[in-house]
Design a protein around this ligand. Structure first.
Ligand SMILES: O=P(O)(O)OC[C@@H](O)[C@@H](O)c1c[nH]c2ccccc12
Length: 262
C-alpha cells in the first residue's frame, strides 16, 4: 500500500511538473516567506498547560476508512483548529486516497499563523519545492518508503529550503535511520501501514530510543482525551490527530480538550 501511494503521488507530481518545471517552481518557492521553525516551536513546552502540543489534521478520507468528512472549506476548519489552540496544522495533500490537494495547503496557509505541515508521500525534491511554494513550514518524510541514503538527501534538501521535517517511523531500525538522516522531529505512527491495525503501545516502546532534543510526536488512533493523555504520559511532546477532529461537530473545543489532556 505504501509503495502504491508513493508511486501515485510521484505520478501526480510528474504531471504537475510537466506544467510547471522545477526551476520555475524553485523561484516561486524562494520568494515565499521564510517558514516558521516548527522544530523549535514543537520542542518548547506549552506555557499554559501540561498537555501535549496538538497537530490537528485536515483529512477528508483515508485508504483504511474511505470517506471521513466533507470538508468544503479546509481554511475555516484550520482556523477553528488554531482557535482551539492547535500548535500546528497538518494538511493531507495526497489526491487519490486521501482526497487532498495543494489547493487545500494553500487555503490553510492563508487562514492560519501556526506552522503548517504538508502531509503526503514525498519521494522527490519537486514535492518539497511544492511544499515550500504553497506555504508549508514542514514536510513529512516516511522512512519506510525511502532508502536510507535517499531519506538523508531529501532531509538535507528540505532543510536547505528552510523547511522543518516530520520524519515518520514505525520501529527501532527506522528511528536509527531517521536520526542518521538528521531528524529533529520524529513521528511514531502507531498504525501499521500494511494491515492498518492500531498499536498505540508502540509509542511507549519506541519513545526511549528518541534522544533528548528531538521532538517526539505520537501519530494516529486518537479517539478521546484519554488516548491523548496516554500518549502524553508515555512521553509525547506532540500528538497528531485527524479522524477524531474532522468528524467532531465542534473541532475547536475538541482541540482545546485534547491540548489539556495530561
Ligand atoms: O486519523 P488519525 O487516526 O487521527 O491519524 C492521523 C494521522 O496520524 C494519519 O493521518 C497519518 C499518519 N501518518 C500518515 C502518513 C500519510 C498519511 C496519513 C498519515
Amino acid at each position: 500500500m505504501l509503495d502504491a501511494l508513493t508511486a501515485g503521488a510521484l505520478e501526480d507530481a510528474a504531471r504537475r511538473r510537466a506544467a510547471l518545471p522545477a526551476d520555475r517552481l524553485e523561484s516561486i518557492a524562494l520568494q515565499t516567506p521564510t517558514p516558521l521553525d516548527a522544530a523549535a516551536i514543537l520542542g518548547t513546552p506549552k506555557p499554559d498547560s501540561d498537555g501535549p502540543h496538538i497537530i490537528a489534521e485536515v483529512k477528508r478520507a483515508s485508504p483504511s476508512k474511505g470517506a471521513l468528512a466533507d470538508i468544503p472549506e479546509p481554511a475555516s476548519l484550520a482556523a477553528r483548529y488554531q482557535a482551539g489552540g492547535a500548535t500546528a496544522i497538518s494538511v493531507l495533500t495526497e489526491e487519490r486516497r486521501f482526497l487532498g490537494s495543494l489547493d487545500d495547503l494553500r487555503a490553510v496557509r492563508a487562514a492560519v499563523s501556526v506552522p503548517v505541515l504538508r502531509k503526503d508521500f514525498i519521494a522527490d525534491e519537486y514535492q518539497l519545492l511544492e511544499a515550500r511554494a504553497f506555504g508549508a513550514d514542514l514536510a513529512l518524510l516516511i522512512v519506510a518508503s525511502l532508502e536510507p541514503a535517499r531519506l538523508a538527501e531529501l532531509h538535507r534538501f528540505a532543510t536547505q529550503l528552510g523547511l522543518s521535517v516530520l520524519v515518520e517511523v514505525h520501529d527501532e531500525h527506522e528511528i536509527d535511520a531517521a536520526l542518521e538522516a538528521g531528524a529533529r522531529i520524529l513521528g511514531v505512527n502507531t498504525r501499521d501501514l500494511k494491515t492498518f491495525t492500531m498499536h498505540p503501545e508502540r509509542f511507549a516502546e519506541l519513545r526511549a530510543r528518541i534522544p533528548d532534543g528531538v521532538v517526539a510526536v505520537a501519530e494516529s488512533g486518537v479517539q478521546s482525551a484519554a488516548d491523548v493523555a496516554r500518549y502524553r504520559r508515555d512521553g509525547a511532546d506532540a500528538v497528531l490527530v485527524g479522524e477524531a477532529l474532522v468528524t467532531d461537530g465542534d473541532p475547536e473545543s475538541r482541540v482545546a480538550e485534547f491540548g489539556r489532556a495530561a
